[in-house]
Structures are given as structure tokens and as C-alpha cells.
Write a protein that binds this ligand. Structure first.
Ligand code: ZN
Length: 414
């Protein structure tokens, strides 16, 4: 199983937008760009929403058959580890192995020594095609990187082998993610992480490093765009180099987690993948749930009331909802309108506050992020929420589809 050059992780919190999401991918194909669609959902999301991996498989299969889509599609066991991968084994054919928790754990001295010795030949100035200034590799750097990442790589290898023993070799796509951690990984770190993955025989097809800057959920990139562009370019070149140097799959590419709505870095990403003829995987799961809220708000009446109630409850449960996502949201609590104030707004104003349109003065990054992590509240409404989605599936689906196509796919690929 070989992941296509371009792929989009659409995810879908409540499992109702599969067809609308696929519509966006179909539109891209009509425009001349082939994108594989990947429905990703993490163990954490399943717990919060009360779904199981089989539900995602069913959603994906149904969306594909009812749209007569003949392109590639996958079901991603997102951010799994050894403790929770089992329930994904049947339904999934794409596994995002998350080893961020193991970063910084130190391997045994013998193993560290052996690694440093093996890669000491890279010391000095390492010129890599496409990177402006040669990387400066020293023994100390190799040692530091080994100390920081070898245990994480070993863990990835262990999980990979476990999945392989159940699914069979070549029957699934392997992604390794290290994004949910405090420190970004430099291109040099990426180089030796890939060396270690190659050495351990992990056929990684996509890797999600933590990039420089903040990737807050559902809102634009926060950070130095020029620096991001440079590092992103360098990461692509490191990957191309590593594929031949460390015997990794030749379709290996970068994966961008929390990739939705990062409008200010899309031009740089596009430039780099075009220039180097590189692939990309972009995860955008949370953005579709916010489009559901926009569609429901615009529909007015009871569905608008439901959106207001979700906001009110999310507001009163701020800490509970935000703490698990603390590294990927940044909400100025003092700027959030009170639920009473929010209740006074009409549907269009609520929609404008949530919709990611920086040129609109009603757009509110704080409300948007709070609602982004507030899907737990919607899940607690159970059937009431799902019924509203069904009732207004036309308008919601339109928003889901056009958001993905116009704001994400078009600037990146078309
Ligand atoms: Zn992630």
C-alpha cells in the first residue's frame, strides 16, 4: 500500500460530513489535482464523541460508494500507541504512530554509542540539495539528537512491528508523529530521526514533525512565517536526501497536523512542494466541525439555539475543555463574550463570529478556538445534535465542502 503524493486528512468528529468532504476532493480532481482522502480519528476523539474505529470505516466506505469515488481513500488510526491500537486494527489501513511522549527519554549507553559512531561520518559540513547553507553536524549534535529521539524511534518500531504482525506487511500506511510536544524539531534532528527509523526498518511514508511556530486549532499560523518557510523547505530536502541515504520509502513526505486554517503559510508550502516536486499530507479534521456550527447557526430557530447552548456550556466548562488541548490553542478568556451576550446575536452574526474570515470584523479567534475544543459538549447532546445535522445537511454540507475546497485545497494545489 503506497500513499499518493498528495493526501488530505479530513477526519470528521461526528461522522456526518464524509460525502461533503469527498465532494471537495472530487472537485480538486475535476480541477486536475489528485488527492487521496484520509478519514482520521484519534482514540481521544473516539472517547469524547463515543464512537469506535469501525464507525469511521463505515462512514468512509459509505461516502465513497454513494459518491462513486474511484480514487484512493484511507481510514487513519490517528495518534495511536501500543495501549490503544488494537481496536483500530480491523477498520484502519493507515496508522499514525504517536511517539511524542517518548521524546527525551534516554536510551542505553551502548545503543547511544553505537548510533553516534555509525553517524560520525556525517560530521562536518553536510551539503544537501536544495538547502542554502550546509548543515553543521558535530559529534555533540548527533549525541544530543540520539539522546532525545532514539527511544521514541524504538517505540515507533515496536508499534509498527506489532501492527505488521496483525495486518501483514505492505497492507497499511505508516505515519510517525512527533508533533504534540513542546519543542519543534530542526531539519538536523529530522535527518537523524529518519536515519534511526530507516535503521529500525520502519517503512515510514509520512512523518509529522513539530514545526516552528504555533499551530493552534482551527485558526491561522502564529509565528515567523519566513522562518517556517525556510525550515519547511529544508525539511523537504532532508526527506529527499534521507530516502536514498537511509533506505526509506521513496514516497516519504511531510505531514502537517493541525493543518487546517493555516492560511498564511499555505503559499510557502505550495512554493516548496512545487519547487521540489514533493508530496504533502495535511490534517484538517477540526475545521469541518466548525462548519457544522456555522451551518446550524445560519439555519436559525432551534438549531441556532443549539449552537448558542453549546457555546454557553463550553464557556462555563472552559478549563475542562481547554486543558487537554493546551499546547494547540491560545484563547484570551477575557475577550470571550458572555453567554448572555452571545444569545442576543442573530444567526448570521453567530456564523460570522465563527467563520474563519480575517477580513470580517465580527470574526472572533477566541470564540472559534473555544468552540473548536467544545465538540465534547455537542457530543453530549447526542441525538439532538445529530438530528440537527441531518435536518440541515444541505447547508452544512455546502459549508463543509466549500471550506475544504476554497480555503484549503485551492491555495495549496490549484
Ligand atoms: Zn496531530
Amino acid at each position: 500500500m503506497k500513499l499518493e503524493k498528495y493526501s488530505f486528512g479530513t477526519g470528521d468528529r461526528f461522522g456526518h460530513q464524509g460525502k461533503a468532504q469527498l465532494d471537495a476532493i472530487k472537485k480538486a480532481k475535476e480541477g486536475g489535482v489528485d488527492i487521496a482522502i484520509v478519514w482520521n480519528k484519534s482514540h481521544r476523539e473516539h472517547l469524547i464523541v463515543g464512537t469506535s474505529p469501525g464507525d469511521v470505516r463505515k462512514e468512509a466506505d459509505d461516502a465513497v460508494s454513494s459518491s462513486s469515488w474511484s480514487g484512493a481513500y484511507y481510514v487513519d488510526a490517528d495518534h495511536i500507541g501500543l495501549s490503544n491500537v488494537d481496536s483500530f486494527m480491523g477498520p484502519s489501513d493507515f496508522f499514525t504512530i504517536d511517539v511524542a511522549d517518548f521524546i527525551g527519554e534516554k536510551a542505553g549507553e551502548d545503543e547511544l554509542e553505537a548510533f553516534v559512531k555509525k553517524y560520525s561520518e556525517y560530521c562536518g559540513q553536510l551539503s544537501i540539495d536544495g538547502i542554502l547553507t550546509p548543515l553543521e553536524i558535530t559529534i555533540d549534535k548527533v549525541r544530543n539528537i540520539a539522546e532525545k529521539y532514539l527511544v521514541a524511534v524504538n517505540q515507533a518500531a515496536e508499534i509498527y512491528r506489532y501492527i505488521e504482525s496483525k495486518k501483514g506487511k505492505d497492507n497499511f500506511i505508516t505515519e510517525v508523529s512527533m508533533d504534540e510536544t513542546a519543542e519543534p524539531q530542526t531539519p538536523e534532528e529530522l535527518l537523524f530521526i529518519l536515519a534511526a527509523l530507516g535503521e529500525k526498518g520502519v517503512p515510514v511514508q509520512t512523518i509529522a514533525p513539530k514545526f516552528t511556530g504555533r499551530f493552534n486549532k482551527g485558526v491561522d499560523y502564529q509565528g515567523d512565517v519566513e522562518q517556517f518557510n525556510r525550515e519547511f523547505n529544508d525539511d523537504i530536502c532532508v526527506i529527499r536526501y534521507s530516502v536514498s541515504a537511509f533506505n526509506l520509502p521513496n514516497n516519504l513526505k511531510l505531514s502537517i497536523h493541525s493543518g487546517s486554517d493555516k492560511f498564511s503559510i499555505y503559499p510557502g508550502i505550495r512554493r516548496a512542494i512545487e519547487e521540489h516536486n514533493a508530496g504533502i499530507h495535511v490534517k484538517t479534521a477540526g475545521t469541518s466541525w466548525l462548519e457544522e456550527l456555522i451551518g446550524l447557526a445560519e439555519s436559525g430557530e432551534s438549531s441556532l439555539e443549539l449552537v448558542k447552548e453549546i457555546y454557553a456550556r463550553a464557556y462555563s466548562r472552559f478549563d475542562e475543555l481547554c486543558v487537554p488541548y493546551s499546547t494547540v490553542i491560545e484563547i484570551d478568556r477575557n475577550l470571550l463574550p458572555s453567554p448572555d451576550e452571545f444569545r442576543k446575536w442573530d444567526g448570521l452574526q453567530v456564523a460570522r463570529a465563527i467563520r474563519h474570515d480575517a477580513s470580517c470584523s465580527d470574526y472572533d479567534v477566541n470564540i472559534r478556538q473555544l468552540l473548536h475544543v467544545g465538540y465534547k459538549v455537542a457530543a453530549e447532546f447526542g441525538d439532538t445534535y445529530l438530528q440537527a445535522l441531518k435536518e440541515h445537511s444541505d447547508i452544512v454540507g455546502k459549508h463543509v465542502s466549500s471550506n475544504l475546497f476554497e480555503k484549503h485545497i485551492t491555495p495549496l494545489f490549484l
